[in-house]
Write a protein that binds this ligand. Structure first.
Ligand code: UDP
Length: 442
């Protein structure tokens, strides 16, 4: 493999091998997985470094052609919440350097995913003079703004993100609102920010007839169906959707009530002890008298999600904020319109009146109005779904996203000073890996 095509991805908490839908396994896992696969098809070799959560997992997993997953020890080899990982990042960095030294693998470029991996990437990048690309996936300042005291991120997060924005050769923003946050909250230099949206697997997510989809998931009965797919977190505000459904059903006397399917959670069977937000949703639905109309399904792996999206008339997601939002793209790829809140990445993917509708967040009446509009006009839903599929095919596929990343990598690599392409080994030898065992200081 040509050296200039060997890339290190660092994704400390989000491995492509994780089961999706739980508290800390969602969009980033899908993104790292799908982007690496599409880059591998363009001839890149990608090593994805992630934290070891299972003592029995091999160090190196040959994941797919051109892609390896490398498990690095950092803290206890067990699942931990991502907000608990920062104290182990120094160990992660050291073990990554030790791996490179031992295996003599050299990377032309390091791409960090999420802030802690970005810290590791910039540390190693400056030590080895290797260019660094950073994708945050979510920003601490935004999270703090919306979650306030409920934000459990380490207190250093925002300062470290600022440092990464300053040091990385390029920061990838997923959508215009993330770019604005990088410019305003982080004082980023616009010349160092590149806008590259994520994508969707348009083979896996493709239209299917509603009748077939409903048969596959065992959904009978009448009445229109809205579908939510995603992690079950307070900030996704599924409670807003439940409140809106209650309003919709108040206006449907004499007609079969509208229903809501909720896909996601930490377990395949919905379990409020494992996913407390599910309990909140179920209690709210019961208190509004619509428990029968709200069906929590549990987590499903990506290959099954098409059945759920296609069983619905409309996909709905109204988070308080959303760094990008892959699920609206998945629904649109399945030929279903999306009602989404006009926050974060959602307005950059959902085209109002054409591929769905946008509503303000935390506004059940506005959402109820949008749901009623679409439920009343099934043929409009179908038309929007057809346009949505074409929109996604044209703009939001992973091969397209990978081509844009490849262009960015090439630009950075061709701008490299010659010294950056020399062997890394001498620099590594000066890195005192063994003795550098202080805590990260949190
Ligand atoms: N997901 C899944 N199974 C589930 C719930 C979610 O595979 O039960 C996937 C979903 O298909 C999507 C990702 O998790 O690809 C969630 O990504 P999104 O960008 O919508 O939200 P995030 O997790 O980044 O907040």
């Amino acid at each position: 493999m040509q050296y200039s095509r060997r890339i290190a991805f660092i994704s400390e908490h989000a491995s492509p091998l994780a089961l999706l839908g739980g508290q800390d396994a969602g969009g980033q896992n899908v993104y790292v997985d799908a982007l690496s696969q599409s880059l591998a098809r363009l001839g890149y070799a990608i090593d994805i470094f992630t934290r070891r959560t299972d003592p029995g997992a091999p160090e190196v997993v040959a994941y797919d052609s051109g892609i390896r997953i490398i498990h690095l020890s950092a803290g206890p080899a067990e699942p931990l919440l991502k907000d608990e990982l920062w104290p182990y990042m120094r160990e992660f960095r050291n073990n990554l350097l030790a791996f490179m030294l031992r295996t003599r693998v050299r990377y032309a470029l390091i791409h960090g995913h999420f802030w802690m991996s970005g810290w590791v990437a910039t540390e190693i990048g400056s030590l080895l003079s290797v260019p660094v690309v950073q994708t945050f996936h979510a920003l601490g300042a935004t999270k703090r703004r919306y979650q306030g005291d409920a934000d459990t991120s380490p207190s250093e997060r925002i300062a470290i993100e600022r440092e990464i924005v300053r040091k990385a050769d390029r920061v990838v923003a997923h959508c215009p609102s993330e770019r604005d946050e990088l410019l305003h909250d982080y004082h980023g230099d616009s010349r160092h920010i590149t806008l590259i949206p994520g994508g969707v697997n348009i083979e896996m997510f493709s239209p299917m007839s509603q009748v077939e989809a409903r048969a596959l998931i065992g959904l009978g009965g009448d009445g229109p169906v809205a579908v939510y797919v995603g992690r079950i977190l307070p900030r996704k505000d599924i409670r807003n959707v439940v409140r809106a459904l209650a309003l919709v059903n108040e206006g449907r006397s004499g007609q079969p009530p509208a229903r809501l399917l909720i896909v996601g959670g930490d377990t395949p069977e919905p379990d409020p002890t494992m996913t407390p937000e599910l309990g909140e949703i179920q209690r709210l639905a019961a208190s509004l008298g619509i428990a029968e109309q709200v069906r929590c399904v549990g987590m499903r792996q990506p290959s099954r999600l098409r059945e759920y999206y296609c069983a619905g008339d409309v996909m709905v997601t109204t988070p308080w904020y959303e760094p990008f939002g892959l699920t609206p793209l998945e629904a649109m790829a399945c030929g279903r319109p999306v009602i989404g809140s006009a926050v974060g990445g959602i307005p950059s993917t959902v085209v109002p009146e054409r591929t769905g509708l946008l509503v303000p967040p935390r506004d059940p009446s506005a959402l109820a109005g949008a749901l009623m509009q679409l439920f009343a006009h099934p043929e409009r839903c179908q038309r929007m779904g057809t346009i949505a599929r074409a929109h996604v095919e044209r703009r939001f596929t992973w091969p397209l996203s990978a081509e844009r990343h490849a262009r960015l990598y090439s630009a950075l690599l061709s701008a490299q000073p010659r010294s950056r392409t020399t062997s890394h080994t001498p620099a590594l030898a000066h890195w005192d890996i063994e003795r550098d065992d202080e805590s990260v200081g949190v």
